[in-house]
Design a protein around this ligand. Structure first.
Ligand SMILES: Cc1ncc(COP(=O)(O)O)c(C=O)c1O
Length: 461
């Protein structure tokens, strides 16, 4: 009799068994060993949301080193939209890595960089001449967008919005709104960064009656008055805004907010920078979230979903703005690394050819249908919102409407223990967000949402 031994490592990708299955408690013994090694080797500041270590992932699941299979409702924070170890990405990366791994694009060029730039120039909103520069992380790309806008306008001030998140470098910490954990103790921050009020329909105080409930233009006027009085358009280089806020709580601004801001920016010589690092690449059921209201930003920043998990980011925008920086003014050793570019070409092709934009919409409908049921049955679910495969629920004290961060943390912890990777967010820490890979199947979504419903029921007092 031949006994087939369990392979040492399990191959990732869509071939992984698409079913939630726990064979140990979370964390299992091997993850516990690695947690102990992590504590001894990695600083506390680098936290872990779930106490597990992964050995393979694909489709809609992650498999940990103890053999537990968890449902992935996070995509590594909106990165693996195309799926983990998507076969086309694996093939493209494998082929590239065998050819050459690095030259530094600003020393000697290669086609992959240009191909990614061409694809982004074609796909981003706006039928005008564009240019794209590539970087490594979302924060680095946001910094470069601000650099470019300052150079182009000759002005210095930058406005970001309440609840906004743009990264953890010095300039992007200044742009980010929330102190803990992103900024506290890490200052001083970059100067000439100002904050304006966001449209947050559930909480912004403009919800006075049906007529005003969706009046994004009113919310924009409130921001514009503040900007004009406190900064002045003559000093303002750029507005930086997420079309749907990510870390800030999946805040979807009321219709009209973004177009009103964009029109004001245009009239006043202010560069409108859309930070689509989290919303980009099919996530919201459009290729880019700006398409929803027909917005054509001057500059658009992308990262996360762009390269199937490899580090890559981009600034794409109007040629006259992008070309204003002198030769040698933009770049970096690794920006637009050839392996990341090969991954991005394959990833973008998959978004275009595999129906992932439509899939994001269908995923959104499935989530919203179930979350609406949960909201009807449970007054602690104050709001559900989002678009496409970027949806969230906001948990509150039903009597006061105050944010309930403790409940949110408890629900997430129960979901983790039951085998669902569930992320939270929000200025008040009371938002559960769903960012599944677009390759997840309906049965996994249904099972994961059952887990969330059970976790909510178990926390009812
Ligand atoms: C909207 C937005 N901008 C910028 C960033 C920063 O990207 P990175 O973590 O790649 O630096 C993030 C990351 O979550 C983000 O969501």
């Amino acid at each position: 009799m031949t006994v087939t031994a369990e392979p040492e490592t399990v191959r990732g990708g869509p071939g992984l068994r698409q079913q939630r299955e726990l064979v140990t408690a979370i964390p299992g013994p091997r993850s516990q060993e690695l947690l102990a090694r992590k504590s001894a080797a990695v600083p506390k500041g680098v936290g872990l949301t779930l106490p597990i270590f992964v050995e393979a992932a694909g489709g809609g699941v992650l498999r940990d080193v103890d053999g537990n299979t968890l449902i992935d409702f996070g995509s590594g924070i909106a990165v693996t939209g195309v799926g983990n170890s998507a076969p086309a990405v694996v093939d493209a990366v494998t082929a590239q890595v065998a050819q050459f791994t690095h030259t530094c694009f600003t020393i000697t060029g290669y086609e992959g960089y240009v191909e990614v730039a061409e694809a982004l120039n074609r796909l981003t909103p706006g039928d005008f001449d564009k240019r794209t520069a590539l970087f490594n992380s979302g924060a680095e790309a946001v910094e470069n967008a601000v650099k470019i806008a300052r150079h182009f306008t000759g002005k210095q001030a930058v406005v970001a919005f309440d609840h906004g998140y743009h990264g953890r470098t010095n300039l992007t910490m200044a742009l980010t709104a929330k102190s803990m954990p992103y900024k506290s103790g890490f200052g001083p921050f970059a100067p000439e960064v100002y904050r304006a009020p966001m449209s947050y329909p559930y909480r912004d105080g403009l919800l006075m009656g049906e007529a005003q409930a969706n009046d994004g233009a009113a919310a924009a006027r409130r921001a514009i008055v503040q900007i004009e009085k406190q900064i002045g358009a003559a000093n303002l280089a750029a507005l930086v805004i997420e079309p749907i806020q990510g870390e800030g709580g999946f805040v979807v601004p009321a219709e009209g907010f973004l177009p009103t801001l964009l029109a004001w920016a245009r009239e006043n010589g202010v560069v409108f920078i859309a930070d689509e690092v989290q919303t980009g690449f099919a996530r919201t059921g459009d290729f880019f979230a700006c398409e929803h209201e027909g917005l054509e930003p001057d500059l658009i920043v992308t990262a996360k979903g762009i390269a199937g998990g490899l580090p890559l980011s981009a600034v794409t925008g109007r040629a006259e703005i992008m070309d204003s920086a002198h030769a040698g003014g933009l770049g970096g050793t690794y920006g637009g690394n050839p392996i990341a570019c090969a991954a991005a070409v394959a990833t973008i092709r998959s978004f275009e050819e595999d129906g992932l934009v439509e899939r994001a919409r269908a995923i959104g409908e499935q989530f919203l249908a179930r979350l609406t049921e949960l909201k009807r049955a449970d007054a602690r679910v104050g709001d559900i919102r989002g678009r496409g495969a970027m949806v969230a629920l906001e948990l509150v004290d039903p009597t006061t409407g105050d944010p309930d961060a403790a409940l949110t943390a408890a629900v997430a912890a129960k979901a983790h223990a039951a085998g669902v990777v569930l992320l939270t967010c929000g200025t008040y820490g009371n938002v559960i967000r769903f960012l599944p890979p677009l390759t997840i199947d309906d049965a996994l979504i249904a099972d994961g949402l059952d887990v969330v419903a059970t976790a909510l029921a178990e926390t009812a007092s």
